[in-house]
Design a protein around this ligand. Structure first.
Ligand code: ZN
Length: 255
């Protein structure tokens, strides 16, 4: 999110000011390109003329259960004025509308879902690379050993290696100890050559979102509660600023 979040203290309304606010917008109308009048920043400035405003600094990335590429999703993030946290809802009603922002009550609570192995992808990859070496029975055994290992693993103990198509999906690398335990489970089923092959396969495919990484789907909820004050922790704390474009009064009130 690039821009400056401005909150009107009097009305508890928020706007994200970007450099694009000043750019004219164009539309296609009856075969002609026309310049559209309308500037979010100017509208906000007029509506909150004479009110007290402040800058908010985002504390969390926008979170949504929709893919990054979905343009009409609703997302939530938290921001601070240095003293207090605000939960902000961000959305777009139609593809042509600018993003809208609203302060709502509550805070974001993220919970990590269960970790899962990419079982089918692992099987496909091994079949592709080592079809003549590993039988289907042994392949099933290997995948079950992985599933058993990740059954109770806490994603907080693993290293996140990639994010999925939504901010709620994460991929994690298997740690060395997990790899050792998986191979230990396979010891009676595979010979030394095969175990070496499996170890190499795990190491080779245990990065980014490759087949040996495990996936966890987080969930988020909005917890309604009284907002808690917080101690300043960002550079722009508690500073009341005037609304750009510059006015003769760069202090508390907008004009
Ligand atoms: Zn206002």
């Amino acid at each position: 999110m690039i821009g400056t979040l401005i909150r009107c203290i009097d009305c508890n309304k928020v706007i994200n000011m970007t450099e694009w606010d000043h750019c004219p917008q164009y539309a296609w109308h009856n075969g002609e390109i026309i310049e559209q009048v309308g500037n979010e920043r100017e509208t906000f400035r007029q509506r909150h003329k004479g009110h007290t405003i402040e800058e908010l600094v985002p504390l969390t990335p926008p979170i949504s259960d929709k893919p990054y590429t979905e343009p009409l999703k609703t997302a939530y993030f938290e921001a601070t004025n240095g003293k207090r946290r605000f939960l902000i809802k961000r959305w777009r009603s139609t593809i042509d509308d600018p993003l809208a922002y609203e302060i709502i009550e509550g805070s974001i609570v993220l919970t990590n879902g269960k970790v899962q192995a990419q079982s089918e992808a692992i099987k496909q990859q091994i079949r592709m690379e080592h079809n003549s070496f590993i039988s289907e029975t042994k392949l099933d055994f290997f995948v079950k050993a992985i599933e058993k290992e990740v059954e109770n693993v806490d994603p907080y103990t693993l290293k996140e290696s990639a994010v999925g198509e939504t901010p709620l999906i994460s991929f994690y690398q298997l740690g060395t100890e997990c790899v050792d335990r998986i191979l230990a489970r396979c010891q009676d089923m595979f010979n030394q050559g095969e175990l070496k092959l499996l170890r190499d396969f795990i190491i080779e495919h245990n990065e980014y979102n490759d087949v040996m990484t495990v996936v966890a789907q987080k969930e988020f909820t909005i917890k309604k509660e009284t907002q808690k004050d917080e101690t300043p922790r960002t550079a722009h704390s508690a500073q009341r600023i005037s609304m750009p474009p510059p006015t003769p009064h760069r202090t508390i009130k907008t004009v």
